[in-house]
Ligand binder design. Structure first.
Ligand SMILES: [Zn+2]
Length: 588
């Protein structure tokens, strides 16, 4: 647990405008700021930042909250990690509350975990050069199949995990490490029956090293077709998959110009061996925005080199999006005549590959190439289709200056008038806009009647009462002075709430108040990101009500009590009629 003081300090030291401004381009709108929502796709901004209140809210998708909520959602982190993320950013050392450890979580010394990983890496490396036939096969995979030199194997600290359930752990236990530590470091697993086993067996091993040079995790690959092909350490006390990149410890010294993003460890190693030491890879997962931002700290340009298959190309498009968002110049590498860069370098040599890199294309060029290779533009039918697809591609470009350049090029390639391409593109854009507007207004209508309310599914059962609940909660959330009146005066209780979510929020504020703990409400620690969004909405819709706040509060409470008693009466009257019915039966 992180202490309340720390959380308050983190929020105080985080300027929400600068924080969100790092992800979203914001424009001033009165005392607030507005921009395109990073959580849903939109072309007219409904995402608003309220610097006075240190919060944000999106009127399109309902995302909202404070700086912590934003990071939870944007970086896909859980609550404590989001706080730590912001603390690091603000230069605050996190003080975890020692008295209340998270259940099941044991404390491990980081330096001891690093030492354990180094010992494991040395062991795997030693095994690679042993006389065991499996190890010989592993070494021959590196040297003969992949063509790696002994120097490269040493440089990356590659290794081999023997085909045994306990050979590795026995060695580590003898070195003084415990099973608890081995399991926490993802080097051992534990069966349901409580038996320990080596996590990596009969696999070639890639140590993962952070930028400070610590061995933080391992990736293991099989040499045959058995599954899974890659096995990676899960997150451990010293390792977060989403925050590290393979070979960044080397690449960071060679990447002022550009970085090459590969799919797998072997691609990276082959590139480094061929002299392209600016290559990195994610750790068995798709790239995260956190990794994208890390890369932007080291370089200006990223060349994506993913497999040519469909999965690889889809992943590449996703990576383009995330990398462009953090301001990186992105291009996509195509290796003609080979399935991946490794094969290309082996076939045609490093110099040719250098040429391919400098020829790598922007997303637009890359997609245009795909269109042109799909059709024969000498045939009228094909030409029309290709032109239409190209125009659609241009319509997806945000900047109008860029669109003009592409329109010029397309008109030359297809030998058609520039003006007609331009008007086609404009038509596609305006059609897409109107479809989107229709969808948005449809959504707003649905939200208004409480349809598809995932966050508060009870809303639809009693929309009027739920609105009153939200009014009361909004006022209690923003104005602490109302809490005394409502809670001490017992004006309203949990039983006056019809919807479960709102009852829970009420309970939370009430408990915090009676615990004398409500100077800062820890909404994020108690509610899901979606619920935080709803809570922010309640605050925002009440924010302009300073003057008649008390009146609205008392009115809403009275309305709520009325709806509850109405519900009660309905129940009672049906009970009455049942009693009458029974009495009649008795009489006859
Ligand atoms: Zn949104």
């Amino acid at each position: 647990m992180i202490s309340k003081e720390t959380i308050e300090q983190v929020l105080m030291r985080t300027d929400i405008e600068t924080l969100i401004g790092g992800y979203v381009s914001l424009k001033r709108a009165g005392s607030n700021l507005r921009g395109l929502c990073p959580f849903h796709s939109e072309k007219s901004p409904s995402f608003t930042v309220y610097p006075a209140d240190n919060s944000f809210y999106c009127f399109g998708c309902g995302a909202g909250g404070d700086a912590i909520s934003f990071i939870r959602k944007r970086e896909n982190l859980d609550y404590p990690d989001a706080v730590e993320f912001l603390a690091q950013r603000a230069g605050i050392t996190i003080i975890r509350d020692e008295r209340t450890p998270v259940p099941g979580e044991k404390k491990f010394d980081r330096n001891r975990m690093f030492a354990m990983n180094v010992d494991a890496a040395k062991y795997f490396n030693k095994c690679l050069f042993s006389d065991n036939p499996d190890a010989k096969a592993a070494l021959s995979y590196f040297t003969d199949v992949r063509g790696l030199s002994t120097a490269t194997i040493k440089h990356f600290g590659l290794g081999f995990a023997p085909n045994s359930f306990d050979q590795f752990s026995k060695y580590m236990l003898a070195k003084g490490y415990s099973y608890d530590e081995l399991v926490a470091g993802f080097l051992c697993g534990r069966s349901e029956k409580g038996r320990y086993f080596d996590a990596f067996r009969n696999r070639i091993m890639f140590p993962i090293i952070d930028v400070s040079g610590n061995v933080i995790a391992f990736g293991g690959r099989v040499m045959d077709d058995s599954k899974p092909k890659y096995k990676n350490s899960s997150d451990t006390p010293v390792f977060k998959k989403s925050r590290n990149l393979f070979a960044l410890n080397f690449a960071r010294h060679h990447c002022t110009e550009s970085m090459i993003l590969c799919e797998g460890y072997m691609d990276v190693i082959a590139m480094h061996a061929a002299g392209f030491e600016n290559a990195v890879a994610t750790l068995g997962t798709a790239i995260t925005s956190e990794q994208a931002r890390m890369m932007s700290r080291y370089t200006k340009k990223v060349i994506i080199s993913y497999d040519a298959d469909e999965a690889g190309q889809k992943a590449a498009m996703r990576a383009v999006k995330l990398l462009t968002e953090v301001g990186l110049d992105v291009s996509i590498l195509r290796v003609p005549g080979a399935k991946d860069p490794d094969e290309y370098i082996k076939k045609f040599g490093a110099d040719k590959f250098r040429q391919v890199i400098s020829d790598s294309k922007s997303k637009f060029d890359y997609n245009l190439d795909n269109i042109l290779s799909k059709y024969d533009i000498n045939l009228a039918q094909d030409k029309i289709k290709a032109l239409h697809e190209s125009e659609k591609l241009i319509s997806e470009t945000y900047s109008s200056a860029e669109r003009d350049i592409y329109i010029q090029r397309i008109s030359q390639i297809f030998d058609v008038d520039k003006k007609s391409v331009k008007s086609d593109v404009e038509r596609i854009i305006s059609r897409a806009n109107s479809t989107r507007r229709k969808e948005e207004s449809q959504k707003i209508k649905q939200d208004a009647v409480g349809y598809s309310d995932r966050v508060n599914p009870d809303f639809i059962k009693a929309p009027a009462a739920a609105k009153n609940e939200e009014a009361v909660l909004g006022l209690l959330l923003i104005y602490p002075e109302h809490r005394k009146r409502v809670f001490d005066g017992g004006l309203i209780g949990e039983n006056d709430f019809i919807t479960e979510l709102n009852r829970r929020i009420f309970s939370y504020i009430k408990d915090a108040y009676f615990n004398g703990d409500d100077s800062h409400l820890d909404i994020d620690a108690h509610f899901s990101p979606d619920e935080c969004g709803r809570i922010t909405k309640m605050k925002i819709s009440r924010m302009n009500l300073t003057e008649n706040g008390t009146e609205v509060l008392l009115d809403s409470i009275a309305n709520l009590k009325r709806s509850v008693s109405k519900k009660q009466n309905e129940k009672n009257s049906s009970l009455d009629s049942l009693t009458r019915l029974l009495e009649q039966k008795r009489k006859t």
